[in-house]
Write a protein that binds this ligand. Structure first.
Ligand code: GLY
Length: 391
């Protein structure tokens, strides 16, 4: 780093990736695999939304009313996951905890059962596989269910991965390919006299020149592109709190399972990993990324999780975490080349960053080969919110 006040300009690279969560790491990896020279900026790689992700690969149980376009992307990405997981593991030599667990979805009371039934009908109209279970059948699948269950569905196609292990593996891939990550944040994007993005200046005042810049900075993308003409990225923080439990001493190890509950209209999920790690998630709060776990947030998660799995009571709490998902106005990502030369966006993956990682990897391959993206991505056009005159 230069002495304070000095200006330093680093010689140009092909691709500069701003943000080193799972999405940014994938962009960097695919750019490098395409033969490009890559540099990344992130003060704390993997410490943003990826850090608090539970890792559900859940196109069905995440499918909500009015989200058909997102569901199409999610379903396509879920189909790509087995091959993507194999590729990441092969390249890194690391296990990322990809498991085909299925998800059991349960309703706590009659109102919850009616709500799940309505949602299930929409999901079936969209061609998603949801199997209604008698409560006894649900108990056969999950003996730990509590006494008060009013309805249940089995979703065989929803699975899980360990997001922190995925991020570690992606970092390993980048290290093996000689990609440098500077532990510093981007302060602003750099443009030339024609308005093309040609790099970024970091918070230490160092200039990083690049032919192409991928902004994968989660909800912070909005502020980074705001000064530019002709592009808008209305990302916002949607805070999610999780509780991590340690099931090892209680013998809750060896199996990958997921139970999702609707408890008096509040959604909650419990994700078991074979290692004995258990994630309870997640709040969804229209609040800034303050990274604070709150009494109300944690109380609500524990109350609702133990309503469906009372045995959680005995487990020690390993960690509380709170991070912001990168939301967008229509819950779809912003992915692809913008109308601004040199500027690529890869953000807005909202609740599905880990699930969409596989399809995002394919999209990055297309971007760096300068091929058009698959038609599926048309709904995630990074220019769709642009109202600035140059649109
Ligand atoms: N995908 C689950 C969540 O965002 O909480």
């Amino acid at each position: 780093m230069p002495a304070k006040g000095a200006m330093m300009v680093l010689s140009g690279t092909d691709v500069l990736v701003i943000g080193h969560g799972v999405v940014g790491a994938i962009a960097a990896w695919r750019a490098r695999v395409a033969g490009l020279a890559v540099t990344c900026l992130d003060p704390h790689p993997g410490a943003g939304a990826s850090y608090a992700a539970a890792g559900m690969l859940a196109p069905v149980t995440e499918a909500d009313f009015g989200e058909h376009d997102l569901v199409r992307l999610n379903v396509a990405s879920a189909a790509r996951w087995p091959a993507f997981a194999a590729e990441v593991e092969h390249a890194s030599g690391m296990d990322i905890g990809f498991c085909t667990s299925g998800i059991l979805s349960v309703a706590y009371d009659v109102g919850d059962a009616q709500q799940l039934d309505r949602l299930c009908q929409v999901q079936r109209r969209w061609g998603l596989e949801v199997e209604e279970l008698a409560v006894a059948g649900a108990r056969d699948r999950e003996p730990l269910l509590g006494p008060r269950i009013a309805g249940a569905y089995w979703v065989p196609g929803d699975h899980q991965v360990d997001p922190r292990a995925l991020h570690r593996a992606l970092r390993e891939n980048l290290a093996r390919l000689g990609v440098t990550t500077f532990s510093v944040a981007a302060a602003r994007l750099l443009t030339d006299s024609a308005g093309a993005v040609v790099g970024a200046v970091d918070t230490e005042g160092v200039t990083h020149l690049a032919d192409r810049v991928v902004v994968a900075a989660g909800h912070a993308t909005r502020a980074l592109v705001a000064p530019l003409e002709g592009v808008e990225a209305p990302t916002r923080a949607v805070k999610g709190q999780i509780v991590r439990l340690d099931g090892r001493d209680a013998g809750w190890i060896g199996e990958a399972r997921i139970v999702r509950g609707l408890v008096q209209q509040r959604p909650v999920y419990v994700v078991w990993r074979p290692s004995g790690e258990i994630i309870i998630g997640a709040t969804s709060e229209e609040l800034p990324d303050d990274r604070q776990s709150t009494v109300g947030g944690v109380f609500g998660l524990l109350r609702d999780a133990r309503a469906i799995i009372p045995g959680l009571d005995e487990l020690p709490i390993a960690e509380l975490a709170a991070r912001a998902r990168p939301g967008s106005p229509d819950n779809l990502p912003l992915l692809g080349q913008t109308a601004t030369p040199g500027l690529i966006l890869a953000t807005g993956h909202y609740r599905n960053g880990i699930l969409l990682a596989a399809l995002t990897s394919d999209a990055c391959d297309a971007i760096f080969a300068q091929r058009p993206l698959d038609e599926l991505w048309s709904t995630a056009d990074p220019m769709r919110f642009c109202t600035k005159e140059t649109r």
